[in-house]
Design a binder for this molecule. Structure first.
Ligand SMILES: Cc1cc2nc3c(=O)[nH]c(=O)nc-3n(C[C@H](O)[C@H](O)[C@H](O)COP(=O)(O)O)c2cc1C
Length: 207
């Protein structure tokens, strides 16, 4: 069981200090993106967006809005997970992608599209819609962390920032709101403390 996600559960940790000289290869980045893209979401609508921030000046601005956490600039790459609250439009996009541009397939999917509009339109643009989108996005984030661990890539999931300031720096449209970052790279120091986890009996209850 070498180099599997399960074998790396203890190896991975929320990395505080990244080695700024070590960069992820394009191939590794693309594998992690694939894992995020293939994460399951409710109805398959994928109501989130990930901004891969490579621009150094933008990373510096984000660090200022993130309590000066060094991971924001020193990690090889930074993924910013954003919830999108435009699910009604997203449904039409889903039908387009699923039909692959084929008119007959689109027609066949129209019932499903109507069903989705019925189920989801009311939440579009509301707080409920944003919170639902966020929950879907975090599944993708988790898949990204898991894939990174399997590939030997260190990560730090991060929510420590001023979300309104980050929305402004990224010039996000009104229907988008920042949720979390994942900083990715290679550790320069080992974890300072051993892992702390509540026991299985605390987290799970067998009924
Ligand atoms: C959603 C989320 C937000 C987090 N935000 C930060 C953060 O802003 N800065 C940081 O250094 N660690 C952050 N962490 C890391 C957690 O503190 C860490 O995952 C937790 O203490 C468990 O430790 P481990 O990941 O090293 O096993 C965050 C983790 C998650 C899942």
């Amino acid at each position: 069981m070498t180099n599997t996600f399960l074998s790396r559960l203890d190896w991975r940790f929320a990395t505080k200090q990244f080695d700024a000289t070590k960069k992820l290869s394009e191939e590794t980045l693309s594998e992690i993106k694939r894992a995020i893209r293939f994460a399951p979401t409710s109805f398959g609508i994928q109501p989130f967006h990930v901004i891969h921030v490579r621009d150094v000046a933008m990373r510096t601005k984000l660090r200022t809005a993130s309590f000066d956490q060094t991971q924001v600039t020193d990690a090889s790459d930074l993924f910013v997970f954003v919830a999108r609250n435009d699910v009604s439009d997203r449904i039409d996009g889903y039908v387009d992608v699923a039909s692959g541009g084929d008119g007959a397939a689109k027609e066949a999917l129209s019932g499903f599209g109507k069903y989705l509009h019925g189920a989801l339109d009311a939440r579009t643009g509301t707080d409920v819609g944003m919170s639902w989108a966020a929950r879907q996005a975090y599944i993708g984030l988790g898949f990204g962390l898991a894939a990174s661990a399997e590939l030997g890539v260190d990560t730090c999931p991060m929510e420590g920032f001023d979300a309104d300031a980050v929305d402004a720096i990224l010039e996000l449209p009104k229907h988008m709101h920042v949720l979390a970052y994942v900083a990715l790279g290679y550790r320069s120091t080992e974890p300072e403390r051993p892992k702390v986890r509540f026991p299985e009996s605390d987290i799970f209850e067998v009924r």
